[in-house]
Write a protein that binds this ligand. Structure first.
Ligand code: ADP
Ligand code: FBP
Length: 300
């Protein structure tokens, strides 16, 4: 079984508006509410690929209920731990550019954390664990390291700087920083493919088995110890990139789960990310299939 862990889920409130003027009344056009948070998005896109997973993490209050109901409607298994405070609501403003405001998240007690660790202890070597997203500010920063060390099966991680670095010695199958996150880790601007590749290889030296670097509209790189694939994406109308990175992670896992080659899995990963960027919500299987043949891979 694939388990996704979202320690800090969110309801994503997507607001489309023509203009945003700070300090003034703005009227929204279309608005959407989606169950979000990185692991939850991975579970949702895995489902579109026909791959089952169970979503774990903490949910609370009415946004927590919304998330549980949304996942139940999508026929996705969940085993969330209830917390007293509300799950966060993250604001995604879609004007001429995309602006995001991600909230810190609810308090999680030591007892609730222990309950989650108990769930991780029950995993088997055949299971895959996807650890993704930020942690609520009340949680100890070593939680990712703890979970990673307990994980008996395959591990996939998508998180920022210190959380990501803390799991490398548990040898994740792959990690997925975006370019900005890689720049933050190495504290420098990365201009060329070679520079990105070198940084990815450094993370491999530190323990990651593979590194997938997503580059937004520039596509993505898949870096292993012995090869580097670069994917180029088609141009299209970008509607909402929220969840694109999570869709990329899900596509890769779905490809591996379906027994596809590394190359085909990476293609599916990038198609999943791109198809999500081109739609309001996360991409459907049909939308992913529509862009798949337009993803161009080269060995660099
Ligand atoms: N403007 C875009 N045009 C086409 N594809 C995009 C665009 N933005 C994102 N994507 C797709 O989504 C993937 C993940 O996007 P990225 O922004 O790098 O990740 P994250 O959401 O983690 O920051 C990219 O590798 C690409 O496939
Ligand atoms: O846990 P974080 O880092 O605050 O990120 C949470 C946000 O990221 C998302 O998972 C989207 O992530 P990506 O755009 O990177 O795929 C949203 O659903 C959510 O609001």
């Amino acid at each position: 079984m694939i388990y996704t862990v979202t320690l800090n889920p969110s309801v994503d409130y997507i607001v489309f508006t023509d203009t945003i003027k700070l300090g003034e009344l703005n009227r929204a056009g279309q608005t959407y509410k989606f169950a979000g948070g990185k692991g939850i998005n991975v579970s949702r896109v895995l489902k579109s690929h026909g791959v089952e997973s169970t979503a774990l993490g903490f949910t609370g209050g009415f946004p927590g209920e919304f998330i549980k109901n949304s996942l139940q409607e999508a026929d996705i298994m969940t085993d969330f731990i209830e917390v007293a405070e509300d799950t966060r609501i993250n604001i995604k403003l879609k004007g001429a550019s995309e602006t995001e405001i991600n909230a810190p998240g609810p308090a999680v007690t030591n007892e609730q954390t222990e309950q989650l660790l108990e769930q991780i202890r029950r995993l088997s070597p055949e299971d895959t664990l996807v650890l993704a997203g930020s942690i609520p500010s009340s949680m100890n920063a070593d939680i990712y390291r703890k979970i990673a060390q307990m994980c008996p099966g395959k591990l996939v991680v998508d998180a920022e700087k210190d959380l990501l670095l803390s799991v490398l010695d548990s040898h994740p199958e792959f990690i997925k920083p975006n370019k900005a996150e890689l720049e933050q880790i190495f504290d420098r601007k990365l201009e060329t493919v070679d520079e990105i590749k070198d940084c990815a290889r450094e993370l491999i030296k530190q323990g990651a088995k593979n590194v997938m670097v997503s580059l937004g509209g520039e596509g993505a790189l898949f870096v292993s110890e012995s090869l580097v694939y670069k994917a180029e994406v088609p141009s299209g109308k970008v509607v909402n990139t929220v969840g694109s990175g999570d869709s990329t992670v899900a596509g890769m896992i779905a490809g591996i789960a379906r027994g596809l080659s590394l190359e085909e899995s990476f293609k599916l990963a990038v198609a999943s990310g791109t198809a999500t960027a081109f739609t309001e919500d996360l991409a459907t299987k049909e939308q992913i299939d529509n862009v798949l043949s337009d993803i161009k891979l080269t060995i660099v």
